[in-house]
Design a protein around this ligand. Structure first.
Ligand code: CA2
Length: 145
């Protein structure tokens, strides 16, 4: 059986580890990908880990996930707070989607307090640093068993 999870990353997440370690920690996105692949191995998932700075690419990947994956963990970066297109794409697919964030967006600037995608997702995980990714995979494990 296909047990692929898409882990999708939005704008600027390719900069992790290079700037703002006080907010996002010192890990690079490559390090986080390795953590996800290792967690996936424990959970019996193969992890397809991607990053794009372009909203439409993220929309395309969500559509692709509907055919190729059993679930999606998405850190949509700043598009979380702005994107009706991502909200609609998540609603358009039938596999479960978990929204995740490295930082606690509720403890930050007001403009980060609202998510346009949360209501379309099965759940939201934020504030646990890079471990938020592994927690999202754990959540998907419980939902797809
Ligand atoms: O906490 C998260 O995971 C965020 O999704 C990260 C986004 C931010 O816009 C969200 O509000 C919360 C930012 C992506 C990373 O941005 C960087 C900026 C400078 C240096 C390194 C990363």
């Amino acid at each position: 059986m296909n047990k692929t999870i898409f882990v999708l990353n939005g704008p600027n997440l390719n900069m992790l580890g290079k700037r703002e370690p006080g907010i996002y920690g010192g890990k690079t996105l490559k390090d986080i990908e390795a953590d996800c692949i290792a967690a996936g191995r424990d959970y019996g998932f193969s992890v397809d880990f991607r990053q794009s700075n372009h909203e439409g690419v993220l929309v395309d990947w969500l559509h692709e996930a509907d055919d190729k994956a059993i679930g999606v963990a998405i850190n949509a970066g700043a598009y979380t707070h702005t994107s009706v297109a991502l909200h609609d794409a998540i609603r358009a697919i039938s596999v479960p989607v978990i929204e995740l964030h490295i930082s606690n967006v509720h403890a930050r600037e007001e403009f980060r307090h609202h998510s346009k995608i949360a209501a379309a997702c099965k759940g939201v995980i934020c504030g646990f640093g890079p471990a938020s990714y592994v927690l999202a995979l754990h959540a998907l494990k419980t939902m797809t068993d």
